[in-house]
Design a protein. Structure first.
Length: 413
């Protein structure tokens, strides 16, 4: 069994797809080593186990909207794209989405998956309560009133199987998406990224001149009454629809050209019915404090000649600060540097230490679900609440059933 990218062959001895909560409880209680799998979109061995791998996709789907509280309780195995349709039909929305709607809600939340927007937290920040089945097979609920809650949302599957999440809702809203090209590389990127509801910068790290790489595109998602200027920090509206990877057919992409549409049909870059991104790729993403973003980009620029040959596209985004212990945006407004690589595992893995060294002065954190080579102590020291998280995981899973090689490497006392 492979992950979405095909670069991870799961080592699990057995794969389970329970169809009832009792079946799930029984499976977890009886397992010696176990991990829960979402939609398998992560690029590393975070979700892997040598024991039992459990998918929750067969549990009864629930999308229960509480209109009085403006919340929805959803099953963890559902994908964002499936839930978004139902929310919109009922007049509701989530504040933000990732670049693709194909990922499971529990899996995305577990890794701190995010979209863009200086005022938008990652997807986990919409979580108001979670229900999980522990290693012992017990069902527990945690909400924002529980002191353990900040450690239980971005939890990397270490605490149990998340069967349901309650998410905050906002009234449904319309978004327009405009793509610009020709943004100068010395543009004030912090200002550019803050100008709109959700802005992404794309670069292929190819040189536009002797000194600097180029930005290929800017994707500006804004409310319909905020059309954006005809010239955006020196960039011009794209002529025709664009895929973030130059030259790729844009059919898989959500509508552009400023045409207003529902939030879930504009905030993701890719449509649910199509393969997102390239499909044949690896991914890496690093996070630095927002204020350090321009300096971090300047530190990456000298590596352009090594990055470009391995790269399909790089995306720069922002994430609002939160208080979730293992969130990559924990405690700090964040700028995110994402890399979609050609599927060249060896070459990419060999290059990552140079990128990580360039970003190390900025307190770099890595996306939990993507490729990275940061040393254990660098990962650990990036999260002030790491020891509390490890203690919480030990409390809920004293035998370490959910501990796999990834956990043993990065989540240690
Ligand atoms: C094409 C593509 C585009 C992407 N775009 C973005 C993006 O825009 N922004 C971003 O931040 N990331 C992005 N990612 C990364 C992706 O969002 C994360 O890897 C995310 O974790 C994938 O969710 P999943 O359901 O596939 O989780 P999986 O990879 O299946 O699992 C991830 C982790 O979640 C745990 N988990 C899953 N389900 C449960 C559950 N029910 N209970 C407990 N633990 C669980 C697993 O044990 C594992 O630790 C992208 C990935 C791909 C392939």
């Amino acid at each position: 069994m492979l992950n979405w990218a095909g670069n991870v062959t799961f080592a699990a001895a057995r794969v389970h797809r329970p169809s009832t909560l009792d079946e799930l409880r029984h499976t977890l209680a009886g397992a010696a080593k176990v991990r829960v799998l979402g939609s398998a979109h992560s690029f590393n061995r975070l979700a892997d186990t040598t024991g039992d791998l459990v998918s929750l996709a067969g549990l009864p789907p629930a999308v229960d909207i509480d209109t009085a509280a403006s919340t929805v309780r959803v099953s963890g195995g559902l994908r964002y794209g499936e839930v978004a349709e139902a929310l919109h039909a009922a007049g509701y929305a989530l504040p933000n989405l990732a670049s693709l709607p194909h990922i499971s809600i529990a899996g995305a939340v577990a890794t701190g998956t995010h979209g863009s927007g200086v005022r938008n937290g990652n997807l986990a920040t919409s979580v108001r309560a979670i229900e999980l089945v522990t290693a012992a097979g017990d069902v527990i609920g945690l909400d924002r009133s529980d002191p353990r809650f900040p450690g239980s949302v971005v939890a990397l599957g270490a605490l149990g199987a998340v069967t349901a999440l309650t998410l905050d809702l906002v009234p449904t809203f319309q978004v327009r998406q405009d793509v610009y090209t020709g943004l100068p590389f010395d543009a004030p990127i912090t200002e550019v990224l803050a100008d709109g509801y959700s802005v992404s910068l794309f670069t292929d790290f190819a040189f536009s001149g002797p000194a600097a790489p180029r930005f290929t595109q800017v994707w500006r998602k804004a409310l319909p009454d905020d059309p954006g200027p005809a010239e955006f920090f020196g960039a011009r509206p794209a002529t025709g629809r664009k895929h973030p990877i130059e030259g790729v057919d844009p059919a898989a992409c959500t509508e552009q050209g400023g045409v207003p549409g529902a939030w879930h049909e504009r905030l993701p870059h890719f449509r649910l019915a199509f393969t997102p991104s390239s499909g044949d790729e690896l991914q890496t993403e690093y996070f630095v404090p927002l204020a350090d973003g321009p300096a971090a980009l300047a530190a990456l620029a000298p590596l352009a000649a090594r990055i470009a040959p391995l790269l399909l596209v790089s995306e720069i985004r922002t994430v609002a600060a939160d208080d979730l212990w293992l969130s990559p945006a924990s405690g700090r407004a964040t700028m995110a540097f994402h890399f979609t690589w050609r599927p060249l595992t060896e070459q990419v893995t060999a290059l990552l230490p140079a990128i990580e060294a360039a970003l190390s002065p900025f307190g770099v954190r890595a996306h939990w679900g993507k490729l990275f080579t940061l040393a254990t102590d660098v990962v650990r020291s990036g999260y002030p609440h790491m020891s509390e998280f490890v203690a919480l995981a030990h409390h809920l899973d004293p035998a370490g059933k959910f501990r796999n090689d990834f956990m043993e490497t990065y989540l240690t006392d």
